[in-house]
Design a protein around this ligand. Structure first.
Ligand SMILES: Cc1cc2nc3c(=O)[nH]c(=O)nc-3n(C[C@H](O)[C@H](O)[C@H](O)COP(=O)(O)O)c2cc1C
Length: 219
């Protein structure tokens, strides 16, 4: 198949270095709110790239669950392939692509596990059967003989933990926060003249009290 004649012109918005807020968190929250208001499908879905000691990058979608004052939080199985990568190398990148808004946001930073109590609080808020599912998928990314094996474990666990009983929070499951070190906001423009504004942390906080500086990148 040949896709070389397929192209779209991106013309929905502009991003101006002079008018972006001092704090990237303000812009991140504003873009996220806009994505929600404009009914972007799964605006929380983000591609998470990790790289373990084998130096081979791997990428998968996870769901953004919180924007904090310092970074972004998602939840997963700590013993999954990504969990093993993170244990070996805490540097990661995340990418959101919102086609409806012709925008991408690229975040890099270091990952750390969040507080276990906070993970447990979120786990307990999840639908009962999703909680059961987390126990079935252990270790996530491990090989399973077939679907029947998974379904059998699922039914056994449903009997062990009926709807009216709380499902214990697995120790192997919880949140990670990526502390944002660099974040790029990308707005598609016509003729591939896209707007790219990247925020980097500023060492001299006296010169710039927000702690961040911006630069425009060539598209
Ligand atoms: C829309 C979408 C949302 C997902 N959200 C999560 C998530 O929040 N946490 C998670 O562990 N996996 C999530 N997954 C599954 C992951 O993409 C991936 O298959 C799984 O985490 C195993 O990845 P790994 O083998 O690289 O560790 C999601 C997949 C999709 C398509």
């Amino acid at each position: 198949m040949d896709f070389t004649d397929q192209r779209l012109s991106y013309e929905k918005g502009v991003l101006d270095q002079q008018s972006v807020p001092d704090s990237p968190f303000e812009l991140l929250n504003a873009w996220m709110s806009e994505a929600i208001e404009q009914n972007v499908q799964e605006p929380y879905a983000m591609s998470l790239a990790t790289c373990g000691a084998d130096n081979k990058p791997s990428v998968r979608i996870v769901l953004l669950r919180e924007i904090t004052d310092t970074g972004i939080v998602f939840y997963t199985n700590y013993e999954s392939a990504k969990g093993q990568d993170i244990a070996e190398n805490p540097n990661a990148e995340v990418l959101f692509f919102w086609h409806e808004l012709e925008r991408q946001i690229r975040i890099s930073g270091s990952i750390a596990k969040i507080d276990a109590n906070k993970s447990a609080a979120y786990f307990q808020k999840r639908p009962h059967d999703s909680q059961v599912g987390a126990w079935v998928s252990q270790p996530q990314s491990g090989e399973v003989a077939n679907r029947e094996v998974m379904e059998e474990t699922f039914s056994q666990l449903q009997q062990e933990y009926p709807e009216n009983l709380p499902v214990p929070t697995p120790e192997f499951w919880g949140g990670y926060e990526i502390t944002i070190e660099e974040i790029e906001f990308w707005q598609g423009r016509a003729n591939r003249m896209h707007d790219r504004i990247v925020y980097v942390q500023e060492d001299d906080s006296k010169a710039n009290p927000s702690g961040w500086t911006t630069k425009r990148l060539l598209p």
